[in-house]
Ligand binder design. Structure first.
Ligand code: SF4
Length: 97
């Protein structure tokens, strides 16, 4: 595996909780909002009311600062339906930058 993700990193990413001595979390899960206007048949949160709360600028800026500080470079965005956040595109751009 000369190209792509080194094997050690791949194991850390796929099985992070099998390696209790990791120096930092390999990934962080973030919800921009818990609002959802969809009705996926497999949803485990079918009682999600709409609308619900949105991540504030203050919390998002704190997230950006701490991701950089902790050198966490993988973020999984979930929800809710993240595109319901009015600043979703900007937030994704800032996270990827
Ligand atoms: S919360 Fe997720 S799974 Fe549930 S309806 Fe919304 S998008 Fe679908």
């Amino acid at each position: 595996m000369k190209k792509g993700i080194p094997l050690k990193k791949l194991i850390q990413l796929k099985y992070p909780f099998k390696l209790p001595d990791l120096p930092k979390p390999p990934i962080l899960s973030v919800n921009f909002t818990d609002a959802c206007d969809l009705q996926c048949v497999y949803c485990n949160n079918p009682l999600f009311p709409y609308p619900r709360t949105m991540m504030s600028d203050e919390v998002f800026n704190c997230l950006l600062k701490n991701l950089k500080k902790a050198k966490i470079n993988r973020v999984r965005i979930g929800g809710g339906e993240l595109t319901l956040h009015p600043k979703c595109a900007l937030m994704l751009k800032q996270l990827s930058g």
